[in-house]
Design a protein around this ligand. Sequence first.
Ligand code: NAD
Length: 489
Amino acid sequence: MKLQTRLFIGGEFVEARRGGTIETLNPHDNSKLAAVAEATEPDVDDAVSAASKAFPAWRDTAAADRGRLIAKLADAIEAHRDELAEVESLDTGHPIRDTRNLDLPRTVAVFRYFGGMADKLQGSVIPVEQGLLNYVVREPLGVVGQIVPWNFPVMFTSWKMGPALAAGNCVVLKPAELTPLSSLKIAELVREVGFPAGVVNIIPGYGNVAGQYLAAHPQVHKIAFTGSTMTGRKIVEASAGNLKRVQLELGGKGANIVFDDADLNAAINGSAFAIFHNQGQACIAGSRLLLHEKIADQFLDGFLKLAASIKLGNPLDPATEMGPLTSTQHRDRVLGYCKIAQEQGGEIILGGKAPADSALAPGCYVMPTVVRARPTDRVCQEEVFGPFVAVSTFRDDAEVIEIANGTSYGLGGGLWTSNLQRAHLIARHMITGMVWINCYKRFNPGSPFGGVRGSGYGRDMGFEAMTEYTTPKSVWVNVDAKIPPFYAR
Ligand code: NAD
């Protein structure tokens, strides 16, 4: 398979101005996949200037035509889904069964949704005084910088680029330095389906260089960021120079609550998916398992059996259910949390180490890990971002609401119960952007995705995402108003 390794700027693939490269590794065995051109400040300038040049014509392109092009991109991604799934699995370590069956279809669906949305973003007419017409149009912002992390790189191209392009903006997208390959493949398809030069620019580079510079760039009018809360704060600071708009999709510490009246089999299965899918590298992972004390032992019995049976292995093997973490550094960080848990009196009841299989030793693997901890312990407060779930128990609804809301995050959370009234009541009390009842980690292109508090602000997907990429303009027309002169002369 031919990998794309150059920057995509102004409709062309180009080498980095300063000639630097970033090595990207296969986390299965840490072998080198490619050396990708590293964007630095002059490349960011080139990309922003290409986007600025392309903006007026793209803004004035009929919304239906913008939508048609985005839909064409969705079709092209669908046609290349096997190749893209393989690239994604190689670069990130996601099992191929997931990249093929989840990430790629979801990417296609999100581009299709926003392709269809392009000509549905209507303005409004406001009922004002007699003789005046006031209408409100939603206009694109201009050049949008988009900075994304390494956990779902191909999917994030659609979450970010879909609504921005549909609304008439031009984009400069910086993928994570660890996983640039699938976005560069998407760039090839952007070119193939005929987007005008400069409307889409994709520039892999390091966060503290290209990312920081893009976030501060005076010709960029919005930064849409997905990543850690710590980096989110830096983005806000960098944005202050030209007061650009900022949208932040940050970390999470999802509470997954199992009540004593829940269907335990469904809850066990759903809770395992909530934390172990994508090796737990998901902002919305159900990383805090809160069990009612009456069913805790029975639940854990089934949950541990299921977790222990998850098949770890080479992501390219279709039988693999869990791949490696995306980098060695991240694996070490996750394993470091096992030590932190123990230091605070936590008990590791499953995993907590790399798998014994010597074939997996060179890779970034961590076994499914289950830790008993108190809700105030660090492993219940900080985002571990791995196949690592912290388990605590609770006595009643009031206590569990307090525990669930007792972190600095507010992204997503779930609950399992057969009591309808309780389900809605707890959902109402959870301070999060998303709640799942008797399911977990569901999302759809039409449904707004994002968080509150330390998990950020703004929404990816849904109608909200389109409005995030526009600004209202209120236009006043004197149709027949008799306006008395303000100055009497
Ligand atoms: P990160 O914040 O380190 O990096 C994310 C992106 O920001 C990367 O492209 C990186 O190069 C860039 N970056 C780093 N420093 C920067 C700086 N100073 N200025 C500008 N850009 C900079 O996060 P990560 O470790 O790559 O990703 C994992 C995090 O992403 C987790 O916290 C996870 O919860 C979060 N995440 C959130 C969502 C969501 O929708 N809320 C979705 C997925 C992941």
